[in-house]
Write a protein that binds this ligand. Structure first.
Ligand SMILES: [Zn+2]
Length: 176
């Protein structure tokens, strides 16, 4: 049985998440594209992947994942509030800390960050998912240097996410 990965990109549309320096670009569309690339990369490595409707809510996503044998729940976001680089938000359980560390490690090979991992056990998609969860904030969409990086590295970011998932399951990402 292939491992089943559920990908949950940002679902709030414009005006949420405007991209600094890129009028008309918003978090949802960028995270959805990266989620699709991540799904492609995971498929190539033999995973089963579910990507929900872009407009579906968190409760529907989590309920579906909990009822359909999902092994790993991957949230994809870009950040705001002043800062730079990736951070990953774990549920306080060794499995989630491991999953987030492996993804963070791959993301920071692409773009520097000093932000590290943070305990966000209270986030709905961390608290209510019954499987391991990883909550990746790829970089800051209110920082023009970060948005330039994100928009020019959508496929490498997806590959980094995929490699983090592969590493969690002990798979060599090179053998895809
Ligand atoms: Zn978001």
């Amino acid at each position: 049985m292939p491992k089943h990965i559920f990908i949950s990109p940002e679902n709030r549309g414009a005006p949420h998440g405007p991209y600094a320096g890129h009028p008309g670009v918003y978090e949802r569309e960028v995270c959805l594209r990266i989620a699709r690339y991540t799904a492609e990369a995971l498929h190539r490595r033999g995973f089963r992947v579910t990507l929900p409707s872009p407009h579906s809510g968190m409760a529907a996503r989590v309920n579906w994942a909990n009822r359909n044998g999902v092994d790993y729940y991957l949230c994809i976001h870009t950040n705001a509030g002043g800062g730079t680089g990736a951070e990953c938000l774990y549920y306080n359980h060794p499995a989630s800390i491991k999953a987030n560390r492996l993804v963070y490690d791959r993301l920071t090979r692409l773009y520097p960050s000093q932000r590290g991992l943070k305990d966000y056990s209270h986030f709905y998609e961390n608290a209510r998912t019954r499987m391991v969860s990883c909550y990746a904030e790829l970089a800051f969409h209110d920082n023009p240097k970060d948005t330039a990086f994100i928009l020019s590295h959508e496929r490498p970011l997806a590959e980094a996410l995929c490699q983090g998932v592969c590493a969690y399951f002990g798979l060599d990402p090179a053998e895809g």
